[in-house]
Each structure stands twice: as C-alpha cells, then as structure tokens.
Design a protein around this ligand. Structure first.
Ligand SMILES: NC(=O)c1ccc[n+]([C@@H]2O[C@H](COP(=O)([O-])OP(=O)(O)OC[C@H]3O[C@@H](n4cnc5c(N)ncnc54)[C@H](O)[C@@H]3O)[C@@H](O)[C@H]2O)c1
Length: 380
C-alpha cells in the first residue's frame, strides 16, 4: 500500500473503489445492467413516542418509574403494561434528558429507565427518591456513576441484549462505505447511473478495536466474509485475542496495517486523533457504532478532505444530544460520511431484550433484591 498524496484531489468514491485494480469507471458503456433485487417489505416505523413528561403520567400511589428511552416498549412486548401490572406508574420523559423537562418527574421517581442522554450529578441530586438508574442499553459512559454511588443509587445496564443488532448494523455501515452506497443513492436521484467498481471484503484487513461482546460478533461476521482480522483490546491478553481468531496489534499500528478499522470500545476518551489518522498507509475506512466521543470529528473531516480517510460510517455523532451541526455534516463530505441516528440497537428483538432486562432490574430493586447487571461504581 502506498501513502496517500495529500495534495491530490479528494476522490469521490471510497478507498475500495480506488485500488490499483479498481479504477473509477465513470462511463462504461459495456457495464452490465444492475439486476433488480428481491422485494423488500417496507420497514415498520418506530412508533413516535411522546418526548415530554406527562405523556403517560398517571396519578396514584404506586412507585413512579421515569422512562426516557424513546424506543422502550415499542417492540413486541408491552413493557409499560408489565410495569403497571407490578403496581408502578410510568412517566415518559425527554430522551435528551433536558433537566428542566425532567425536573417534575425526577422529584418523584423511584426508578429511571434511561436512554443514551446524560445522567448527571444534577439530575440525580434532583431525584431524592431515586433508587436505580436502569440504563436501557450497554454504554454507561453518560451516567455520572460516582455521583450515583455517593447518593446510594444503583446503576444497571442490559449487556448482550443488543449485541447481535449492533454487530449486524456495523456490517451494514461497513459494506455501505466499502461499496459506496450513499454515493449511488444520491447519484441515482440525480439521474446519474454511472457505475463504479469496489473491492470485495474477502481478503480485506480489518482492525477491530474492542473485543467485547459487539467486537466479537463483528469479528465472527468479518471472518465469515473472509477478512483478515487484526484486533486491539487493552484488557484482553494476546492469547485471548488469538483464541478469537484475531491477530493482536497495538492500536497505534492499525492505520498502517488495515484497510478498514471498526470501533467497539467504551466511550469517554478520544482514540482516533489527527496523529493516528496521519499514519494510515492508504486511505482508510473507519466505522464507529460505539460512541461519538471516541473520534476527533474535526480531524476526521480534515483527513477525509486530505484523502487519508476514504470514508467514515457511524451510528453516533458528537452532535447527537446537542442538536444539528458538526464538521462531518459538511455538504462536500456527504457521500463519504455515512450516518445513522443511533439505531444500531433498534431491532424488535433487541428492543424487547433491552426493555425486559431494564424492567427486571427495576422490579428487582423495588422488591428489595439485587438486580442483575449492576455496573461497578466508577471511582471519584
Ligand atoms: N450504537 C448503539 O446503539 C450501541 C449499542 C450497544 C453498544 N454500543 C457501544 O458499543 C461499544 C461496545 O459495546 P459492547 O457491548 O461490546 O461492550 P463490552 O463492554 O462488551 O466491550 C467493550 C470492550 O472494549 C474493550 N476496551 C476498553 N477500553 C478499550 C480501548 N481503549 N481500546 C480498545 N478496547 C477497549 C474492553 O476491554 C471490552 O472488551 C460500547 O461503546 C457501547 O456503548 C453502541
């Protein structure tokens, strides 16, 4: 692989379309017609749920459970009913966790089934009766666990409930980046049916950062595609990585040795920086279904423009909880920044598993039992 020339014009298609055997072919009269795909049934919309508190507010003596996860109880299971049948009142609150909007329900809430929004010390201090924050999902980086521990509030999550869903979605984003799906989708709408060529996944070298639940499922899928998988996980030894079929590689070496890198580590620190990206031997494809704060978005935008990064495909952005905007939403990057709005875990199966596990934790605490999946306190 040769180093990218930063002075070269920024290519329009992902790296996989630009290797020595894959020149861009803007107009090839001999290109075969694209065969029609199978009929795909229309995907059901996730039902719109009320954002504000009060949507499901019920008067009564039962313990109040605040739910701020937008997709809670929108799968096949009626989990609102399960909570009510257990004697609880259910109040839906703003998924953004806007403190002013949540102030009312937090004053009364005994349990909080929380989505990905921040759960701060201020939220917790405003909730004198709160006994549990049941994170609906895996990541607890947005929860101030030290504050929760000080106040004696338990924190749980739902590990494994969405692993397969997130791994599937990772492959969807990865393949979309490799095959230029966003580019094709836009061009067709503009009446532009020019084909281009991509590379196959078999034979690609993929770096997996974080070999926990999702990283392992992703590795299994990549292995099925015939990829060579390199991996980095500071908490797993080399023998454990080799047992997973992964070649252990220091994080710093991944850009030099990989065609694609996919992130599956916990959020809370910036791993992908300008200096890390600068070591890519050839334009890299980066996939992130973990957390937006794992990457320096300004550095990614710069690397995309300079041709060091071929594409960035992500389910999560810094702007997620702060409204629109951010360097990766620039118009000139639209075909090479492929985004989904934190929906990797949004399958019917995963929504049911996450919701049921969160309700199990809440009901265990209300019954005086220790919930499964207690998250260890964070020191400080
Ligand atoms: N997009 C979504 O909807 C969605 C859904 C579920 C999980 N996630 C995110 O995906 C990530 C992985 O989830 P999981 O269930 O596999 O978690 P997990 O806890 O099972 O695995 C995380 C792994 O990352 C490793 N790790 C820790 N620090 C690391 C570092 N600096 N570099 C590399 N590896 C490191 C850990 O040792 C662990 O093996 C988390 O960030 C989680 O928040 C996103």
């Amino acid at each position: 692989m040769t180093a990218a020339d930063p002075t070269a014009p920024v290519p329009e298609t992902p790296r996989a379309a630009r290797g020595p055997h894959a020149p861009d072919v803007p107009e090839d009269p001999r290109a075969p017609d694209v065969p029609e795909g199978p009929d795909v049934p229309e995907l059901p919309d996730v039902p719109e749920l009320p954002d504000g508190p009060g949507g499901f507010a019920e008067a009564g003596p039962g313990p109040l459970v605040l739910v701020t996860s937008r997709s809670f109880s929108s799968g096949a299971l009626d989990l609102n009913r399960r909570l009510r049948e257990a004697g609880c009142r259910v109040v839906r609150g703003a998924p953004s966790h806007d403190p002013a909007e949540l102030a009312g329900p937090l004053r009364e809430a005994v349990a909080w089934i929380a989505g990905t929004g921040p759960v701060t010390a201020a939220h917790l201090a405003a909730a004198p009766r709160l006994r549990i924050v049941a994170r609906y999902g895996v990541g607890v980086d947005a929860v101030d666990r030290a504050a929760a521990a000080r106040l004696g509030i338990l924190v749980t999550n739902t590990p494994g409930a969405n692993t397969r869903a997130v791994a599937d979605h990772t492959l969807a984003l990865l393949l979309a980046a490799v095959r230029g799906v966003a580019l094709g989708n836009r061009r067709i709408r503009e009446g532009d049916w020019r084909p281009w060529r991509s590379r196959e996944l078999a034979g690609a070298t993929v770096g997996v950062v974080g070999l926990g639940r999702v990283g392992r499922e992703v590795t299994a899928r990549l292995t099925g595609f015939g990829c060579r998988v390199l991996g980095h996980d500071p908490l797993l030894g080399e023998p454990a990585l080799r047992e997973l079929g992964v070649t252990p590689v220091p994080f710093a070496e991944l850009p030099r040795r990989c065609d694609i890198v996919t992130l599956h580590a916990p959020g809370g620190r910036t791993l992908v920086t300008a200096s890390w990206l600068a070591t890519a031997a050839s334009p890299l494809i980066l996939v992130n279904t973990a957390r937006g704060d794992l990457v320096d978005e300004a550095a990614l935008a710069e690397a995309l423009r300079a041709g060091r990064l071929a594409a960035y495909a992500a389910d999560t952005l810094h702007a997620e909880h702060g409204g629109a905007g951010g360097p990766l939403l620039a118009e000139d990057l639209r075909d090479r920044v492929i985004l989904t709005p934190h929906v990797a875990a949004q399958t019917v199966e995963a929504v049911d598993r996450m919701g049921a596990a969160a309700v199990d934790s809440v009901l265990a605490v209300l019954a005086g039992r220790t919930p499964a999946h207690l998250v260890a306190d964070r020191p400080g």
